[in-house]
Ligand binder design. Structure first.
Ligand code: CUA
Length: 178
């Protein structure tokens, strides 16, 4: 659905671009002796275009910024969140815990002991549900709440050497106790 509308918007923009190109091309044979009025028109157009950009991109930028999930993630985690330290090595993952409960917020503190790795959590259908980068000398925090019980997999998402494909860890997600 989202992909489709992104595609339609791209298509529309490509159409506009093609129309502008054709217009410029069709006008390129017309010669004028005095360029002053043309220049004035161009400047006016440029000023108008500037404000159109400010008025469309400004709100778009604000809309995108307020949607940043970082603060919400911090607020959600609270004190009762489970913390899992994850360290990437060539070529395996070391997790401080590998069992969590459904619906329990988990904070992953992700780093690397050697080179850059990609920390990607995949669900039972091997769909990516959360990811961050595992970097040496830096800890990335990733908040995730597992919604389904089962065995999730952590795969490396960044090529890190010949056994990159073997960096697989498992996280067991069990039903909440009552
Ligand atoms: Cu670690 Cu690819």
């Amino acid at each position: 659905m989202l992909h489709q509308s992104v595609w339609l918007v791209s298509l529309a923009l490509m159409g506009v671009l093609a129309a502008v190109f054709l217009f410029v091309y069709s006008q390129s044979h017309v010669r004028e002796d005095d360029y002053t009025p043309l220049q004035k028109r161009a400047y006016r157009l440029r000023a108008r275009l500037f404000w159109v950009l400010v008025l469309t991109m400004g709100p778009a930028m604000i809309y995108n910024l307020v949607d940043l999930p970082y603060d919400a993630a911090r607020a959600h985690a609270g004190n009762n969140a489970m913390v899992i330290d994850a360290v990437g090595h060539q070529w395996y993952w070391k997790l401080s815990h590998d069992e969590v409960r459904v619906g329990e917020p988990v904070v992953f503190r992700v780093t690397s002991a050697d080179v850059n790795h990609g920390f990607g959590i995949y669900d039972l259908d091997l769909k990516l549900v959360a990811q961050t980068q595992a970097m040496p000398g830096y800890t990335n925090t990733l908040l995730h709440t597992f919604e389904r019980a089962g065995t999730y997999r952590v795969l490396c998402m960044e090529y890190c050497g010949i056994v990159h494909h073997n960096m697989i860890a498992e996280i067991r997600v069990i039903e909440e106790r009552n």
